[in-house]
Design a protein around this ligand. Structure first.
Ligand code: NAG
Ligand code: NAG
Ligand code: NAG
Ligand code: NAG
Length: 365
């Protein structure tokens, strides 16, 4: 494993490149297999609310209908049968985590004042916004700082939540890499990448401190998935090969994040922060071509169900004559990815299964 200090980032980056080019494995942390048999779990901490911040990996409907494609057919066809603003054919990570802790999947922020929805505010809230990053991105939408501002205002200004509410709550924070997609789409240089990574991790670290300061008891945040394996990048190879250059860069983000979180936990008495390692869990699922224990099988885990015809990201788009600019697979349960960047419901189910030992450590006695 590589332990780099942010100050020595550049040196470290080249060291990493050397290690990788000499064939060592990095960035994938094995999760301790810890299986629980039989009856209902004994919770060591049972949250009453779930707050969610981040991007499309956790958004359950905050993006406006006129913006990205998440409100168009065929998004949502598996669950609940129509688009809900989730970036998937069905459930996303948030839904699985909420179920795991025994809560309803929290209400998207944009519906907080709408009709009967307002009653659901007491179960927590989802402030995540598809396409966003730690900084502003090409996909627009409120960055994470603004999302935390929203949460802060709900508590301090509008008294929707009390500090006690927050103290019995958990937060899920997802960062899937929109800051890096933005940099790449603006043709940012390879040399500039490591310094961007260090800025993203530094800003993210301050964000985490702020969320904790609001009183949130446990904060689970995602490490970035193997970025170079997203269909967005593998389309060039007909979904056969991951872009290893990008995977190595993203491992640098993840290594810095692990260090930053270890430091934060050391500075606080009850170790509130936990990393949900999407790099390791995606990799495990790819390697096993699914999750044999749960009967999940992906023939080619890199190939998405909804494939854009002219561009990688045209799932759900149609031309002026209504002709589809994408193709859809026949069996949605057999693809890990839904579209160019998002797992399908079955994909998330397999990832959740791989994350379960980590979640048990947070919540079970
Ligand atoms: C977040 O967005 C606001 C509004 O665009 C901007 O002023 C602020 O600088 C952004 N924060 C970060 C950390 O990029
Ligand atoms: C990035 O490079 C591509 C190919 O060279 C070019 O088509 C595109 O306009 C560039 N984008 C930006 C934002 O400079
Ligand atoms: C990997 O991705 C980077 C950034 O998009 C690109 O410059 C490079 O050519 C890709 N490598 C391969 C082998 O496709
Ligand atoms: C934790 O913090 C203490 C001082 O507050 C320091 O001596 C120790 O090295 C730190 N441990 C780690 C693992 O960072």
């Amino acid at each position: 494993m590589n332990y780099c200090h942010i100050q020595k980032l550049f040196l470290c980056f080249f060291l990493l490149m050397f290690l990788f080019s000499s064939g060592q494995q990095g960035g994938v942390k094995a999760s301790s297999a810890h299986h629980r048999h039989g009856s209902s779990p004994v919770y060591s901490f049972r949250p009453t609310k779930l707050f969610v911040l981040g991007d499309s990996y956790s958004d359950t409907g905050n993006r406006r209908k006129s913006e990205l494609n998440s409100w168009k057919y065929p998004f949502g066809i598996t669950f609940p049968g129509k688009p809900t603003g989730r970036f998937s054919d069905g459930r996303v990570l948030t839904d699985y985590i909420a179920k795991f802790v025994g809560l309803r999947s929290p209400l998207p922020y944009q519906w907080r004042k709408v009709g009967a929805s307002a009653k659901l505010v007491k179960y927590g809230m989802n402030l995540a916004h598809g396409g966003t990053g730690v900084f502003n991105t090409v996909f627009l939408g409120p960055n994470m700082t603004i999302q935390i501002d929203f949460l802060e205002r709900l508590t301090n200004k509008y008294s929707v939540y009390t500090t006690r509410d927050l103290q019995s709550s958990i937060a899920l924070v997802t960062v899937a890499g929109n800051d890096y997609l933005t940099y790449i789409s603006r043709n940012g240089s390879a040399q500039g990448f490591p310094s961007l990574i260090s800025s993203v991790v530094n800003q993210l670290t301050s964000n985490l401190k702020r969320i904790h300061k609001l009183g949130v008891k446990k904060i689970a945040l995602t490490a970035i998935e193997p970025f170079g394996c997203l269909p967005w990048f593998t389309t060039k190879t007909s979904f056969k090969h991951c872009n290893e250059t990008l995977n190595k860069l993203i491992s640098l983000h993840n290594d810095l994040l692990h260090q930053a979180v270890a430091k934060l936990n050391n500075e606080t008495h009850d170790s509130p922060f936990t990393i949900l390692d999407l790099y390791a869990s995606f990799t495990t699922v790819f390697k096993n071509k699914g999750d044999p224990l749960r009967g999940i099988k992906f023939e080619n885990p890199l190939k998405p169900c909804c494939v854009g015809i002219s561009s990688a990201y045209s799932c759900a788009s149609v031309d002026q004559n209504g002709v589809k600019k994408y193709t859809l697979c026949d069996d949605r349960q057999s693809t890990f990815f839904w579209d160019a960047v998002h797992p399908s419901q079955e994909g998330w189910r397999s990832v959740f299964s791989a994350l379960q030992p980590t979640l048990e450590q947070i919540f079970y006695a």
